[in-house]
Design a binder for this molecule. Structure first.
Ligand code: GLY
Length: 368
């Protein structure tokens, strides 16, 4: 059993996200109509060891010539140097515009392989096979691809939509529990943005999903992808509504940056969870949202094993965090743009947020 979720918008060719279990072995037959001869599978060394042989076997069984192109695991691979190496290996493999790039991995691999596909021969098709929960529910859908530079994360990239996303829930069984919990933060985010009923279900089932229960995960992935694909379909290039997907990210990204993006101290998903709690508490402090709703967000995040207070992540200086938030590329002209909420399931984008009020709020939350 699998669920097919269409993604379509004015500016791009429609595609499907297929969510289900045991999908990897059908990869070759599913993509055979999209690729004439070759499939270059970009992956990292960890994922290659776990899923590389099964992926190659699935592609070869469908008559495709397939090759694994591995990169080191971790954010460091989102670099010009690694992008160049991937592009060079695509050329060495003899890929042409009738062939296909497959991103087999988490957000790093998806962003890097997607950008390589966007650039190679001015753009060739690619398919996402996400292997982390974060990639299942967020980064594999919507066509954002990027690498980092020393001046910022995701600073160089392109919108390049995949031809297909194959979200195999079984691939999550090898994921470390902390990574599952981190992906769960993005799932909670989708409920918080626009689906209070989904959030109610997550509140009831959250502990099971965040602990890796496959049926809870499958349902959570399906609903998250439905929400994300609808938003992307309405606003591919983030001129408006897509910015809602940044709920929790402006606070969260600033905290990650203050901790030098050290995943041992704070993963991206943990930062997003904490960021969502802060966005709701800030909304409550401004009288935009009932305080009880903010408390509930924190309770549900905590029950999924996610951090809900600044001191759980580290010690922070309000001015330093605020500087990071303003420097974030989502800030316009030095003013602060935040995704805030009127309640669970009712997020909105607030421009021109007063910096002093945010600094005072951060101090009230325990920042120095
Ligand atoms: N992860 C946010 C977006 O895709 O827009």
């Amino acid at each position: 059993m699998s669920t097919r979720i269409p993604v379509s918008g004015a500016g791009f060719r429609p595609y499907e996200v297929i969510v289900g279990r045991g999908l990897l072995e059908s990869l070759g037959t599913r993509i055979a109509p999209l690729a004439r001869g070759r499939a270059a599978v970009v992956t990292d060394e960890t994922v290659a060891a776990l899923h590389g042989p099964a992926t190659l076997a699935a592609l070869e069984a469908a008559g495709l010539r397939a090759r694994l192109l591995t990169v080191p695991p971790g954010e460091g691979s989102k670099s010009f140097a690694e992008l160049e190496r991937v592009l060079d290996r695509l050329a060495a493999f003899g890929l042409d515009r009738t062939d296909l790039v497959i991103a087999l991995g988490g957000g790093v691999v998806g962003d890097l392989a997607g950008l390589a596909a966007a650039l190679y021969m001015r753009g060739i098709d690619f398919v996402q096979v996400p292997t982390t929960l974060l990639a299942h529910v967020d980064s594999s859908v919507g066509g954002k691809t990027a690498i980092d530079t020393h001046r910022g994360k995701n600073l160089v990239g392109a919108f390049h939509q995949p031809r297909l996303v194959l979200a195999d829930i079984d691939l999550l069984s090898t994921l470390p529990r902390r990574q599952v919990r981190s992906g769960w933060a993005e799932v909670l985010k989708h409920g918080l943005i626009c689906d209070a009923g989904f959030f109610d279900w997550l509140a009831a089932e959250g502990a099971a999903g965040a602990a890796g229960d496959p049926s809870a995960l499958e349902r959570a992935v399906v609903r998250s992808v439905e929400i994300k694909s609808r938003i992307v379909g309405e606003d591919e290039k983030e001129a408006g509504r897509r910015a809602l997907l940044n709920l929790g990210h402006t606070f969260g990204h600033a905290l990650e940056a203050e901790l030098d993006f050290d995943e041992n101290r704070l993963t991206h998903g943990e930062a997003v969870a904490l960021g969502c709690v802060l966005a709701f508490r800030y909304s409550a402090a401004q009288g935009l949202c009932p305080a009880g709703e903010a408390d509930r967000v924190a309770r549900v995040a905590a029950s999924a094993g996610l951090p809900t207070a600044l001191e759980a992540a580290g010690s922070f200086h309000a001015d330093a965090v605020l500087k990071r938030m303003t420097g974030d590329k989502k800030a316009e002209g030095g003013r602060l743009t935040l995704v805030l909420a009127r309640g669970i399931g009712d997020a909105f984008v607030q421009k021109g947020v007063d910096r002093k009020t945010v600094a005072a709020f951060l101090r009230a939350e325990g920042a120095a």
